[in-house]
Design a binder for this molecule. Structure first.
Ligand code: SF4
Ligand code: SF4
Length: 83
């Protein structure tokens, strides 16, 4: 299981600062940040702590089981970022 970031992400990195396992990328100092349309959760690094959810000002983060029907494609997109 993992948490999923969706397309309303503004890349402000508030979730990155809250994440205890550093599993949200790309970060500002990493390759691909400028080109990325959003940030992504690395499924294998996520420990399901939920710390990223309340700090997200755009409500872009969901636990995988609760991703809205119209945002399902982002489950694969988050995983694909790390494939
Ligand atoms: S806190 Fe929300 S808007 Fe900000 S980078 Fe994370 S997912 Fe994107
Ligand atoms: S649920 Fe926890 S470990 Fe997973 S991305 Fe959010 S803050 Fe990081």
């Amino acid at each position: 299981m993992a948490y999923i970031i969706t397309d309303t992400c503004t890349k402000d990195e508030l979730c990155v600062e809250a994440c205890p396992t550093d599993c949200i990328h790309p970060k500002k100092d990493e390759e691909g940040f400028e080109a990325a349309t959003q940030l992504y959760v690395e499924p294998e690094g996520c420990i399901d702590c939920g710390a990223c959810v309340p700090v997200c000002p755009t409500n872009s983060i969901f636990i995988v089981d609760e991703v809205p029907a119209d945002k399902q494609e982002f489950i694969a997109k988050n995983a694909a970022h790390y494939a």
